[in-house]
Design a binder for this molecule. Structure first.
Ligand code: PLP
Length: 390
């Protein structure tokens, strides 16, 4: 059976060009970049070349990029690193209620260690208000962390406006850019961000490698203590093959970004329009235009998201829902509930995230299959029985 992958926000298939660039670094070019002889210098050169490629995606200097083990580490590093380094200045952090758990859970940890965290609300389309950010800044605020785009509903946040406020007030500003890096244009100078997280596996690179952009001059404590790697900010022998793969993926993403955005937006908008037209009691989650090019998130009322996923899987589709399995209980997504969507509607949400290999034919087939699945599930659903719908 042909499988159609519509879950690119979860991860992406590695590109062959990326794999090819990485392969020599597992065997022939195996050196430790901290050594002085040929193999070591070869590895060091490859890491620095990759660093320049990653930096160029966001208009940063190479010296401002630290390689990490992924998006989670970059988020943890940015938030805890700035919090601990600036403790004498203050103990207050501002973030939003729709951040990824890589941000929310380090904030929760810091709360237990004496920090105060403000979790800003969002509006019904998932937008953080810059005015709310401004109002929440206190004398003790050391960091603002607001994601560039949300991984579930795709809403793109007003980062430039928030960056301006942060700069004006002298507060460090971090953005989790895991869903936007290599997908939409980013210029750290224009956005006024001091720290930015990225992860290679979201842009057709390898898993387990990421980057944290740290603007020159930001006060931050190291994430790992040991050797002098990564400018003494993140000890441990570098994942050379992974870093080379990230560099290659970043370079390809930057070269192809404009064309890919132009290709994805019409596919996304057609999916949204036709699902809403073909199936009653559906609604779009997230902002209609300030939205990631490949993101579709729709609530289908009177249906359980997990059941939809299983039925779609039988037809060969890989998608994601608005529920998360936490300790074996199905919880509605914290993002959808923060946007004011009732729990039972959030449970019926479907996230489709498009990528490089998706074609018009994939969309045609999906639109052919989904209405029948929803109809069958609604016919069985106690929710629709209770309300007499449809
Ligand atoms: N932040 C966001 C917005 C994400 O979507 C993800 C991954 O899903 C992460 C952080 C974590 O990235 P990683 O899987 O590389 O640790």
């Amino acid at each position: 059976m042909k499988r159609i992958y519509l879950d690119h926000a979860a991860t992406t298939p590695m590109r062959y060009e990326v794999l090819e660039a990485m392969l020599p670094y597992f065997r022939e070019k195996f050196g430790n970049a901290s050594t002085v002889y040929f193999y070591g210098q070869e590895a060091k050169g490859a890491i620095n070349a990759a660093r320049a490629k990653v930096a160029s995606v966001i208009n940063a200097a190479s010296s401002e990029i630290v390689f990490t083990s992924g998006g989670t580490e970059s988020d943890n590093f940015a938030i805890s690193g700035v919090a601990w380094a600036n403790q004498k200045r203050g103990n207050h952090i501002i973030t939003s209620s729709i951040e990824h758990h890589a941000v929310l859970n380090i904030c929760k940890f810091l709360e237990k260690r004496g920090f105060e965290v403000t979790y800003l609300p969002v509006d019904s389309q998932g937008l953080v208000s810059p005015e709310d950010v401004k109002r929440s800044i206190r004398e003790e605020t050391v960091l603002i962390s607001i994601m560039h785009a949300n991984n579930e509903v795709g809403t793109i946040e007003p980062i430039e406006e928030i960056g301006e406020i942060a700069k004006e007030r002298g507060v460090y500003f971090h953005t989790d850019s895991v869903q936007t890096f290599g997908h939409i244009p980013i210029d750290v100078a224009k956005l006024n961000v001091d720290l930015l997280s990225a992860s290679a596996h979201k842009l057709y690179g390898p898993k387990g490698v990421g980057a944290l952009y740290i603007r020159n001059g930001v006060k931050i404590v190291p994430f790992l203590y040991g050797g002098d790697q990564e400018n003494k900010r993140r000890a441990s022998t570098e994942n050379v093959a992974g870093i080379v793969g990230f560099g290659k993926a970043a370079q390809l993403a930057l070269n192809e970004m404009e064309d890919e955005i132009k290709r994805l937006i019409p596919l996304r908008d057609r999916l949204i329009k036709e699902i809403l037209e073909k199936i009653n009691y559906t609604r779009l989650n997230g902002h209609p235009t300030k939205r990631l090019p490949g993101n579709v998130n729709i609530s289908v009322e009177f249906v359980e998201g997990e059941s939809m996923l299983l039925q779609l899987d039988i037809k060969g589709f890989c998608a994601s829902s608005g529920s998360a399995c936490t300790s074996s209980i199905l919880e509605p997504s914290h993002v959808l509930t923060a946007m004011g969507i009732p729990a039972e509607v959030a449970h019926g949400s479907l996230r489709l995230t498009l990528g490089r290999d998706n074609t018009t034919e994939d969309i045609d087939y999906f639109l052919e299959v989904l209405p029948g699945i929803v109809e069958r599930l609604r016919a069985m659903s106690p929710l629709s029985f209770q309300k007499g719908i449809p």
